[in-house]
Design a protein around this ligand. Structure first.
Ligand SMILES: Nc1nc2c(ncn2[C@@H]2O[C@H](COP(=O)(O)OP(=O)(O)OP(=O)(O)O)[C@@H](O)[C@H]2O)c(=O)[nH]1
Length: 232
């Protein structure tokens, strides 16, 4: 659900419904999918909207408008024979678009994706503030989180070294992914971000770190013996 109108109207139409209403019942006879709410947060312009579009729709949005309040997308996955629905809340990076709705982002959150832009040191330096904001809004320490460095296709303009990001991620014990919403070859890595969270939420098991697929290539994490198919 893209929210493009007056934020106040949007607030009324979306947020005054409870989570059950946000996850409509499936047709009779279809197994109900377990639903998890994932919020995607980080500075404006880091690519939060493009990452969620790449995962949910398989496309790259060239000229997305700045998110006002929140955009809301869903994707249903079948993981090891179980239907899992991810409600992905793409939140506004700009403070002026966040104020009235911030409490609602953090209500009943199951997982968090923190995004920075590898070509913007400032967006990386903001991460502790975003992480602190989650804590201030009672997102508990057991809520799975992932750190994502986006825009890896712009390698020549990189301002955040992988080693630097890895140190931060290790300090918080979050997995780190580096990827690009733009590069179609990176789609698998974008999917891996959300699938990693989906498996974690489904099983309540800790994430297990494995070696990056190619040394020097994008970092991502994979769980053994797990396969997924997506139903859009
Ligand atoms: N080169 C490159 N550009 C990207 C990538 N992801 C997003 N962009 C561009 O970065 C700009 C911002 O992308 P958005 O997805 O709107 O960023 P956002 O974080 O959602 O921004 P807000 O809605 O303001 O919070 C757009 O011009 C995108 O086309 C990427 O992986 N590589």
């Amino acid at each position: 659900m893209a929210i493009e109108n007056n934020p106040v109207e949007v607030f009324d139409t979306v947020f005054n419904r409870n989570d059950a209403q946000l996850s409509p019942r499936l047709e009779h006879g279809t197994p109900e999918a377990r639903t998890f709410k994932i919020i995607v947060i980080g500075d404006s312009n880091v690519g939060k909207t493009c990452l969620t579009y790449r995962f949910c729709g398989g496309i790259f949005l060239k000229n997305p408008e700045a998110t006002i309040g929140v955009d809301f997308r869903e994707k249903t996955l079948e993981l090891d024979g179980e239907r899992i629905k991810l409600q992905i809340w793409d939140t506004a990076g700009q403070e002026r678009f966040r104020k009235s709705m911030v409490e609602h982002y953090y209500r009943n959150v199951h997982a968090v994706v923190y995004v920075y832009d590898v070509t913007s040191l400032a967006s990386f330096q903001s991460l502790p503030e975003w992480i602190g904001e989650c804590s201030r809004h009672s997102v508990g320490p057991m809520v799975p989180r992932i750190l994502v460095g986006n825009k890896c296709d712009l390698g020549g303009h990189r301002e955040v070294a992988t080693s630097h990001a890895q140190r931060l991620a290790d300090g918080y014990t979050f997995p780190l992914f580096e990827t690009s919403a733009k590069d179609p070859a990176e789609k698998e890595h974008v999917d891996a971000i959300f699938l990693t969270l989906a498996y974690r939420l489904k099983s309540h098991k800790p994430l297990r770190l494995k070696q990056p697929i190619e040394s020097g290539g994008p970092l991502w994490y994979q769980r053994e013996h797990e396969t997924a198919t997506c139903q859009c």
